[in-house]
Design a binder for this molecule. Structure first.
Ligand SMILES: [Zn+2]
Length: 304
């Protein structure tokens, strides 16, 4: 299955009448991952018809309120709706204490398993490694300890060609390693080169989420060639000094990162509430990196 990303919130700092704070839902072949959980994320999930009971991992970039104030609500709603499956929340140090303080004050005893996994945001770490994907953190440059997330699909490099397997009489038990590039053996024990039995697989999907951060080209090597890049662009470029002072990025700087990364597509978001019309901000991005789009709440983005 192709991956799908749904944008749920695009506002920096406070919600505005048109925009919610940061949240996104990434649906992969086997996982449903919520990335950041600003205030009102539950409202957005239900408004856009997302299957939110399926979410099994939540990734929190940092502990500024516009990126996690939706967590207590969603944790307790799962309790009300009878969730039974475990939920894992990944975030910077301090997250566990915050969540348990709220649960204790509200006298909530969870009936499902809540796992909270804290990480050091100063270095890139693998925080989730499964059969179908891995998640690495991206150390960012912000006023609070912050890490973005690089989510990489794991698929074998080769695809089996069914008619060739029959033609060369490759037994079932000898097929599992072919997708990983090993040669095959026929029923009679003859070696058959891998290239006769397989074709190259498609490129694995990958997604990088970079918010919040000042302009920080140090991340480029880690996310080089990522398929889709989400990068914050809180301000237009005339406010470049303000952006640096507040640990944020401008339109032009986000597009410069996209160029350096050589991504297929840039999505910008985390817009300052001062902008009602975002088209001028988008135009600034596109002057530097043409395949840029604005994050739009409710929009579903498919990974081709
Ligand atoms: Zn922040």
């Amino acid at each position: 299955m192709s991956w799908e990303l749904q944008i749920l919130g695009t506002s920096a700092a406070s919600p505005t009448k048109d925009r919610f704070p940061s949240a996104q839902l990434l649906q992969t072949s086997k996982q449903s991952i919520l990335i950041d959980c600003g205030e009102g994320t539950q409202i957005q999930l239900s408004k856009f018809g997302a299957k939110w009971m399926r979410i099994n991992h939540i990734l929190i970039s940092h502990l500024h309120g516009d990126h996690f104030y939706g967590l207590p609500g969603i944790i307790t709603s799962y309790q009300l709706f009878g969730r039974e499956t475990p939920l894992t929340i990944h975030g910077p140090r301090g997250l566990r204490e915050l969540i348990y303080a709220v649960l204790k004050a509200s006298d909530v005893q969870l009936k499902y398993e809540l796992r909270i996994s804290e990480h050091d945001t100063s270095q890139s770490l693998c925080i989730l490694d499964q059969d179908s994907l891995r998640v690495l953190t991206i150390p960012l440059k912000h006023r609070a300890p912050t890490a973005g997330f690089l989510i990489q699909e794991k698929i074998p490099p080769r695809k089996l060609v069914a008619e060739r397997l029959l033609e060369y009489q490759i037994p079932d038990h000898a097929r599992s390693r072919l997708a990983w590039g090993e040669d095959g053996y026929s029923d009679a024990g003859d070696l058959v080169p891998n290239s006769k039995l397989t074709t190259p697989n498609r490129r694995p999907h990958s997604y990088a989420y970079c918010s919040d951060t000042a302009y920080h080209p140090d991340i480029v090597d880690l996310i080089k060639d990522v398929q889709i890049l989400y990068h914050e662009a809180t301000y237009m470029h005339d406010l470049v000094d303000l952006a640096a002072a507040r640990g944020h990025t401008t339109s032009v700087q986000a597009a410069q990162i996209a160029n350096l990364v050589n991504t297929q597509r840039l999505i910008v978001g985390h817009f300052s509430g001062r902008y009602q019309n975002l088209e001028p901000l988008l135009a600034e991005c596109r002057e530097v990196f043409s395949n840029t789009t604005l994050a739009k709440e409710g929009e579903l983005i498919r990974f081709d």
